[in-house]
Design a protein around this ligand. Structure first.
Ligand SMILES: [Zn+2]
Length: 213
């Protein structure tokens, strides 16, 4: 996970949600407009939790309430700072598995605000996690209870570690893209790539290549 800096609320949001009292009243095409704004301006088209590349398609992403709106509907439902865009948790499902196995759709129950690492609040959120070469995420020593809680409630390794496997594949693909470059060119290219914010699983890649930079 990486820190997401919320921008000022776009004026269209207040207009589009004026007078609404429930999330269901907010029209799909207007939600889509909000998703586009957040993905373009705040998230670089990556899921706010797992950093999978996502699209505007409703099968790919949804507007996510960081703190569930059910815990305080009046203050949380249309609070712009409580909104991000999450994947649907189904990108790496096995054939026939229609469950939403990770991220926003997975975390619906048992939300504990005091334990959850909010990516819009915790500026050094990447320091709370470690990864191994298989792509498995685990808590660092920074604050194990919070990191473990956050990993578990979002299921950040995925069902049967499928999300971890996708991270591992992204690491291999990056290594392959370097081909047989000499070490100096390799480092230069790696640093250019790791400086970008729109690369899928960028926090994982920065972590596993930290000693090669
Ligand atoms: Zn996700």
């Amino acid at each position: 996970m990486k820190y997401i800096k919320k921008t000022a609320e776009p004026p269209f949001f207040a207009v589009d949600t004026y007078g609404l009292t429930t999330w269901d009243q907010y029209q799909s095409r207007k939600k889509r407009k909000l998703k586009k704004y957040i993905l373009e301006n705040e998230q670089h088209w990556l899921c706010c939790y797992c950093e999978k590349k996502i699209t505007l398609d409703f099968n790919s992403s949804h507007v996510e309430h960081i703190k569930p709106k059910s815990s305080d509907p009046i203050n949380l439902t249309f609070n712009y700072n409580n909104l991000l865009v999450s994947c649907e948790g189904n990108h790496y499902n096995e054939i026939g598995d229609n469950r939403k196995n990770t991220c926003g759709q997975f975390k619906l129950q048992n939300f504990d605000e005091n334990l959850f690492l909010n990516p819009t609040v915790v500026a050094n959120i990447h320091e709370y996690f470690l990864f191994d070469f298989e792509g498995i995420i685990s808590p660092s020593d920074f604050d194990k209870p919070k990191a473990k809680y956050t990993c578990d409630i979002l299921n950040l390794n995925g069902a049967n570690n499928k999300l971890a496997e996708a991270r591992k594949i992204s690491r291999k693909a990056l290594i392959k893209s370097f081909g047989k470059l000499p070490p100096s060119d390799y480092k230069k290219k790696l640093n250019l790539i790791l400086a970008k914010d729109d690369i899928e699983f960028i926090t994982f890649l920065r972590y596993v290549f930290r000693n090669y930079r």
